[in-house]
Design a protein around this ligand. Structure first.
Ligand code: ZN
Length: 421
């Protein structure tokens, strides 16, 4: 029986990841995310078919942010790790709160989100579950806590990496992989990019932080709430007494610690969590600005969250350091700030939303994605007959390279394209 994949989003782009896997009995949705960097926010194509099961690979909104939309007209089952379900709820609920504040309407409601949670079943890594004749098994993807790659077996083995990282980080072990697979659907964010050495990035980060602390200045570290914030905490362990954590990064850190079996060294994280300052109110924020220290806060690309308060307060001070910790999507306020030196955010109303930033700025790369070499190693290890490249700025180029290197079929589908696997 033929199994086909329809690429509803995340094909030839980073954002709104979504792949529908179907045979004639069942439709499984792998990820259903949003593309936040677009204005207005973009969503994947709405499938005509009835969806039976949704499997969000991990909690990042570009993979999970549109899942509640599927509950507008049905009640599919949701399968994911327990931590992915919990973190997705945190982030989706926050999206609802933000849209209410901005008086925007999301294409889903709190009721849809609740329906999604009600229909959710957590499963563990390496614990196969049979759905409509297809065996589903999750593998640790090493990308963020709880992240999974998805193996589907019927006559063929189909493996979807989701976002994946092969090398260990401070927070996580690298991914685990099945033995072999027939079809590999692989992310290719860094398909043509090399990443700097992690040790070098850590050294640089520590050097900048030390400089700021010596002079009682502020080191402002914008971060993603899930994964990156905890990684930075571990990297900056020796400075824990000087770190203040703010925004959504706080709840995410607490949740991730609660699900500690997903992380490499929970005892170390616990010790750090006891030493840092948890910002709960404006008085504490003003206090840290006066005293100096390290501020770790959301949002990573400066689109919202308490980072904006700190920028508004500190933008005139050339001694403040702003240390970006990873990839900045084009046209986000963070990307534009680094490029032009001006912070501009049209989504903020009634607040100071356009100003020159005189702070010292650096971009470091603590990527949680596999780089080109790791991606090629994943392909080598799984020795598939067919490779499908998604989630990247130029997956076409990567697919061509894969074809040449391994002498196998490789494609980079377009949005809406259907491929027989
Ligand atoms: Zn991700």
């Amino acid at each position: 029986m033929k199994i086909k994949a329809t690429f509803l989003g995340g094909a030839g782009e980073v954002g709104k990841s979504s792949i529908m896997i179907s045979d004639n009995k069942i439709n499984i949705m792998l990820d259903y995310g949003v593309k936040l960097q677009e204005e207005p926010v973009e969503y994947p194509i709405l499938p005509r078919e009835k969806i039976d099961v949704v499997i969000p690979s991990h909690a990042h909104l570009d993979h999970s942010g549109a899942v509640p939309i599927l509950f507008k007209r049905g009640e599919p089952k949701v399968i994911a790790t327990d931590l992915t379900l919990e973190l997705s709820y945190l982030l989706l609920n926050d999206s609802l709160k933000i849209s209410k504040k901005r008086r925007e309407r999301l294409p889903f409601s709190k009721r849809d989100l609740k329906s999604m949670m009600r229909n959710s079943t957590p499963i563990r890594y390496r614990t196969p579950k049979k759905i409509g004749g297809i065996k589903i098994e999750l593998f640790d993807a090493g990308h963020i806590p709880g992240s999974a790659s998805i193996l589907m077996s019927k006559e063929k083995k189909i493996f979807y990496t989701g976002d994946i990282k092969m090398k260990d980080s401070r927070l996580l072990n690298g991914c685990s992989l099945p033995d072999k697979t027939d079809v590999l659907i692989i992310e290719s964010t860094y398909g043509d990019k090399k990443q700097p050495k992690r040790e070098d990035e850590e050294k640089k980060l520590k050097r900048y932080v030390r400089e700021a602390l010596t002079n009682n200045d502020i080191a402002l570290i914008p971060t993603f709430a899930v994964g990156r914030a905890q990684e930075i905490l571990l990297v900056l362990e020796e400075f824990a007494d000087f770190i203040a954590i703010d925004g959504m990064a706080k709840q995410a850190t607490e949740i991730i610690y609660y699900y500690k079996r997903y992380i490499k060294n929970s005892e170390k994280l616990k010790k750090i969590m006891k030493r840092i300052t948890w910002i709960r109110n404006m008085r504490q924020r003003k206090n840290i600005i006066r005293k100096g220290g390290i501020v770790l806060t959301t949002a990573g690309m400066l689109g919202g969250g308490p980072i904006i308060f700190y920028l508004q307060e500190l933008h005139d001070n050339p001694k403040t350091k702003i240390l970006f910790s990873g990839f900045l999507v084009e046209d986000t306020p963070g990307y534009n700030l680094l490029k032009t030196g001006v912070y501009s955010n049209e989504e903020m109303v009634g607040e100071k939303n356009n100003f020159k930033v005189k702070c010292e700025m650096h971009r470091l790369d603590f990527s949680a994605h596999a780089d080109r070499e790791e991606l090629l190693n994943i392909i080598k290890k799984l020795s598939p007959k067919k490779v499908i490249c998604v989630h990247g700025d130029n997956p076409k180029k990567f697919a061509k390279d894969v074809e040449e290197i391994f002498n196998i079929d490789a494609f980079a589908p377009k949005i809406g394209e259907e491929i027989v696997l």
